[in-house]
Design a protein around this ligand. Structure first.
Ligand SMILES: [Zn+2]
Length: 114
């Protein structure tokens, strides 16, 4: 990495954010590739991701949003502990561990504002 590009003081906050984002990406990579990891690892990764994101006030990246339950923080393995249905144009994800339901997408076309 280019060490000289960092200025000494002002960039510190950004640096911390960048590190946090790197951590997010690492955890998301684990969650995206669940076959290489055991379940305990996935669970702690999911929890870590949410904690890390909250601590640094980062949002959870959109590609990771559907990977875990925002209520019980269980990583979602579709077909095992999560159910996905498309209904009225929405993607409906039900967590089978806590029965929390999340809806993604705009819903019926007629209900959308243009
Ligand atoms: Zn859940």
């Amino acid at each position: 990495m280019a060490r000289s590009q960092r200025s000494k003081r002002q960039k510190k906050g950004q640096q911390r954010r960048a590190t946090a984002q790197e951590g997010q990406n690492r955890l998301i990579a684990i969650l995206n590739e669940p076959h290489g990891a055991d379940e305990r690892m996935l669970r702690s990764s999911a929890r870590h991701l949410v904690r890390l994101s909250r601590r640094h006030r980062l949002s959870i990246p959109p590609e990771a949003r559907h990977l875990l339950c925002r209520k019980c923080l269980a990583p979602h393995a579709f077909g095992t502990n999560a159910r996905v249905r498309i209904k009225h144009g929405q993607r409906i994800i039900t967590c089978l561990e806590c029965n929390h339901v999340r809806r993604h997408g705009g819903g019926p076309r007629a209900h959308r504002r243009i």
